[in-house]
Design a protein around this ligand. Structure first.
Ligand code: AMP
Length: 280
């Protein structure tokens, strides 16, 4: 595995791979890698001959009071994991490489980026869309793989790549979970032992709500009861629990198939997100 830090070296490595007629898959991450990230490499490999992974903790997608400075950074361990997992190239630029002095462009995606996390994290998806555009244009991969764990992010990226005519196939990959159902996340390491015991109840509740709704229960009253249940079960705060159209992420009040149930909750200072398909 080649580990490179600057754009010219990254482009040179990918050019070499292309000269060997290899199809390239890109897997963008913020590092602090776990099995969920590594599962994206398997998906990437199924769609391409070579896999390039990026690690960049992108400052522009964090709000002023969010966890940018404490976000876990474990580059050496990550590089070892990626090497073992068979990545071909690791690109870990610094902030000055990605956003040199004078950088002045932001990519804003209307519609899908506005509700859910977009409503609670102003500017977050502009940061995501901007950095992912840059990474896609830097690598010009054949495919790029993103997790359904961040379902709204995946929808924003699909829209952005389509609208900007970026010639890449965006592939979504299923969410990897701990044995008790908790979606794997770099942020899970923030959880205290008692918070960690509460955390898997989110996935359990999503499943309970999905079963009720597919079984014909009223959407609005089921969601209202479930929001209260999350608080009763020990979550400290709820940003949202919504049933949305899986294609455009607009909230829906009547279930007619192909929906997504999405939630963001807080345990202490840690924000957890998760989502599942409902009748998809
Ligand atoms: P992050 O490092 O959190 O920015 O995530 C990098 C990529 O990994 C994104 O496409 C995420 O959606 C994906 N990802 C994060 N957690 C998981 C998970 N538990 N299962 C599958 N993919 C994940």
């Amino acid at each position: 595995m080649k580990h490179v830090y600057r754009l010219p070296e990254f482009r040179a490595e990918l050019t070499q791979l292309r000269l060997q007629e290899k199809r390239i898959a890109l897997v963008p991450t913020m590092g602090a890698l776990h099995e969920g990230h590594l599962s994206l490499l398997d998906v990437a490999r199924a769609h391409a001959d070579a896999v390039a992974v990026t690690i960049f903790v992108n400052p522009t997608q964090f709000g002023p009071n969010e966890d940018f400075s404490r976000y876990p950074r474990t580059l050496e361990q990550d590089a070892a994991l990626l090497k073992k997992a068979g990545a071909d190239v690791l690109f870990s630029p610094d902030v000055a490489d990605m956003y040199p002095d004078g950088f002045a462009t932001s990519v804003h995606v209307e519609g899908v980026s506005e509700g859910l996390c977009g409503a609670f994290r102003p500017g977050h998806f502009d940061g995501v869309a901007t950095v992912v555009s840059k990474l896609l244009l830097r690598a010009l991969p054949d495919v790029a793989v993103f997790g359904e764990k961040d379902f709204q992010q995946l929808a924003v990226i699909r829209r952005m790549a389509l609208d900007l005519d970026i010639p890449v196939r965006i592939v979504g990959a299923p969410t990897c979970r701990e044995e008790d159902g908790l979606a794997m996340s770099s942020r899970n390491r923030y959880l205290t032992d008692s918070e960690r015991r509460i955390a898997p109840r989110l996935y359990a509740l999503l499943n309970q709500v999905a079963a009720a709704i597919t079984g014909g229960a009223d959407v609005v009253s089921t969601l209202t009861a479930a929001r209260q249940q999350l608080l009763d079960e020990g979550f400290d705060k709820l940003d949202y629990l919504e049933l949305c159209d899986a294609a455009n992420l607009q909230p829906i009040q009547t279930f007619e198939g192909n929906a997504r149930l999405l939630a963001a909750v807080w345990l202490g200072t840690t924000r957890l997100i998760d989502n599942i398909s409902v009748g998809g």
